[in-house]
Design a protein around this ligand. Structure first.
Ligand code: AMP
Ligand code: TRP
Length: 334
């Protein structure tokens, strides 16, 4: 009997330094489960150019995500770490899947609706519109079974499954249907200054976002100014106390303590004490990551070697899959 090993794929756009929301919602989970599966972690630079980019900055950010992957503890001996654009099959499969997808399905994607809101739909890039077809290509190229992402990506994973199924039904079994893997708590970390908005790179208010390379003082300052709810007790109640629930979720991920344990720890204490404690655990948790991030930034050669190796491994797998896809679709001379 052949036992199929689960294969995990995920990626991050190189559009600036990552924040605590990215870490809790995605990267931290990846480090915890990397030993259980065969893993591909991609730096999705083709996705990054769906919005205007500065070329030099994009290159810098791309290497910086690689540095972050290693700094948080992804093990290049176990995981394939690579840059999306260095494996051209991603773009090729995205085109094919774009021909399988329907306009109406793409139009329903909330990420497109959100991102096209500012400049208006008519002025949005075609790449931004077809972004989910490229994401589906990333996932389907490697027979991925598990995709660990934040819950903002759920709709994209559902679309990936739909496209895979439609392709398989039409052309014969080719793609594996992936499952999303969500965090129980922390699939969506909210801004410290506005608990109704997710913590985001594009947040104008920098004080609501803790960056992975923030200095201890900055973290302290940001957390001390975080908004809280009315009342005073440190109690986990997502409905009535969304701001405190968000801070408790962060605490939970920094320490491994359950919500009940955090409530007990701060029973009878106020928000001030809790925020002081939270700042301490965040600083303690992030210190080794920030240190390693700085070290990798200063030694890019090691990153280059790891990315070369990752590109070769990913390319090998992607090339094989695309031979099958081209054959199924009827492209080329066979
Ligand atoms: P992005 O920065 O949008 O490329 O996101 C990279 C990864 O981080 C994705 O898996 C997102 O779902 C996740 N992510 C981004 N922002 C948050 C957040 N505020 N809370 C939890 N996960 C997040
Ligand atoms: N769209 C994802 C995000 O914004 C990034 C991404 C691109 C991705 N391709 C992927 C995530 C494939 C998981 C699998 O976070």
């Amino acid at each position: 009997m052949i036992v199929m090993q689960d294969l995990l794929f995920s990626g991050v756009k190189p559009t600036g330094t990552l924040h605590l929301g990215n870490y809790i919602g995605a990267l931290k989970k990846w480090t915890e489960i990397q030993h259980l599966y065969q893993c591909y972690f991609c730096i999705v630079d083709l996705h990054a150019i769906t919005v205007p980019q500065d070329p030099a900055q994009l290159r810098k950010d791309t290497l910086d995500i690689a540095a972050t992957y290693l700094a948080v503890g992804l093990d290049p001996k176990r995981c394939t770490l690579f840059i999306q654009s260095e494996v051209p099959e991603h773009a090729e499969l995205a085109w094919i899947l774009g021909c399988v997808a329907k306009m109406g399905e793409m139009e329903r994607m909330t990420q497109f609706k959100d991102k096209s809101q500012k400049g208006g739909r008519e002025r949005s890039g075609l790449g931004l519109f077809s972004y989910p077809a490229l994401m589906a290509a990333d996932i389907l190229l490697y027979d991925t079974t598990i995709v660990p992402v934040g819950d903002d990506q759920t709709q994209h994973i559902e679309l990936t499954r739909l496209l895979a199924k439609r392709f398989n039904d039409k052309f014969g079994s080719t793609f594996t249907l992936p499952e999303i893997l969500l965090q129980k708590h922390g699939a969506r970390i909210m801004s410290l200054t506005d608990p109704a908005k997710k913590m985001s790179k594009s947040d104008e208010s920098k004080s609501g976002v803790i960056m992975l390379d923030d200095e201890a003082d900055t973290i302290h300052h940001k957390i001390s100014r975080a908004v809280t709810d009315s009342g005073s007790g440190v109690v986990y109640d997502l409905e009535k106390k969304p701001a405190v629930a968000n801070l408790m979720t962060i605490y939970h991920h920094m320490t491994g303590k359950t919500m009940k344990e955090i409530e007990t720890l701060y029973a009878g204490k106020g928000y001030g004490d809790f925020k002081t404690g939270l700042a301490e655990v965040v600083i303690e948790h992030l210190a080794p990551i920030t240190k390693k991030l700085k070290e990798y930034r200063e030694h890019p050669q090691e990153l280059q070697n790891i990315l070369d190796h990752g590109r070769d491994a990913a390319h090998h797998a992607a090339r094989e899959k695309m031979k099958l896809v081209r054959d199924r679709v009827g492209l080329g001379r066979g």
